[in-house]
Design a protein around this ligand. Structure first.
Ligand SMILES: Nc1nc2c(ncn2[C@@H]2O[C@H](COP(=O)(O)OP(=O)(O)OP(=O)(O)O)[C@@H](O)[C@H]2O)c(=O)[nH]1
Ligand SMILES: [Mg+2]
Length: 232
């Protein structure tokens, strides 16, 4: 198993040195139950973030977790928890996107969050809340090329069928399904939000399958300059 606390740290640090910041700050978002907290736990290979029991939404506050000196992840509450709670959560997300990083000594102001990872639950066809999240919270408040979308719960994308438990991987049919789903989500997000996202990576946080691909996806697409707060 890969130890992510030391995985590709040279690549991350090389990119960070171009930006003159550290660490890389990635905000993890998505509808409630998509598996944001489970994804963080998969990166850390231990339970850092509390995972829901499948009944009630779990994460209510923002929490940051440092994988090492170079990479920090922010767990956030998911949307889809009712109108009133969603308003409160949206505000927390927007506030985080405008959290300011002030450079020393020249006192320049930049966005603290470098990238946003939007997690979608594989197999869930209802993308409405994800579009709301993107359109109302994420897209207006961060540069588009800093938004990545990934599909979690790959094991459950076909309702649990076609997941090979002996190999801890999808069988050929599920693989083909996931590949199609990734392309479909890429197209649908483009239509619903106008954002040309990269083809989403699919993975299973529960079974730590393709978690390395998710990690690579983030690092291969990390920004190379600081995030301006004025970009419209
Ligand atoms: N089968 C399967 N279940 C998963 C996976 N990832 C998460 N789950 C389950 O989905 C449920 C929700 O997971 P969480 O990680 O709490 O989801 P979240 O996005 O943090 O949810 P909120 O904190 O409510 O916004 C839990 O029961 C997890 O065990 C996965 O890859 N496969
Ligand atoms: Mg959570």
């Amino acid at each position: 198993m890969i130890d992510f606390s030391s995985y590709r740290t040279n690549d991350i640090e090389n990119n960070l040195s171009k930006m003159n910041i550290r660490p890389l700050d990635v905000m993890v978002t998505g509808v409630t139950g998509a598996g944001k907290s489970t994804t963080l736990n998969a990166f850390f290979q231990k339970n850092v973030a509390k995972v829901g029991d499948g009944v009630d939404p779990e994460t209510m506050e923002l929490d940051s977790y440092s994988l090492n000196d170079a990479f920090r992840l922010w767990d956030t509450p998911g949307l889809g928890d009712g109108i009133a709670k969603d308003q409160v959560h949206k505000k927390k997300l927007v506030d985080l996107l405008y959290k300011v990083y002030v450079t020393n000594p020249d006192q320049q102001r930049y966005g603290w969050i470098d990238m946003v990872l939007v997690i979608i639950e594989g197999g869930n066809r209802d993308m409405g809340t994800t579009y709301t999240l993107l359109n109302e919270v994420i897209v207006p408040n961060i540069q588009r090329d800093r938004i990545l979308v990934a599909i979690n719960q790959a094991d459950f994308a076909m309702k649990g069928y076609h997941w090979n438990h002996s190999f801890n991987a999808p069988d050929a049919e599920l693989y083909a399904f996931l590949e199609n789903q990734a392309l479909s989500i890429q197209r649908r997000v483009r239509e619903a939000t106008g954002v040309n996202i990269l083809k989403p990576v699919y993975y299973s946080a529960q079974y730590s399958w393709n978690i390395d691909k998710l990690f690579d996806f983030i690092i291969d697409n990390m920004p190379t300059c600081r995030r301006s707060l004025f970009f419209k």
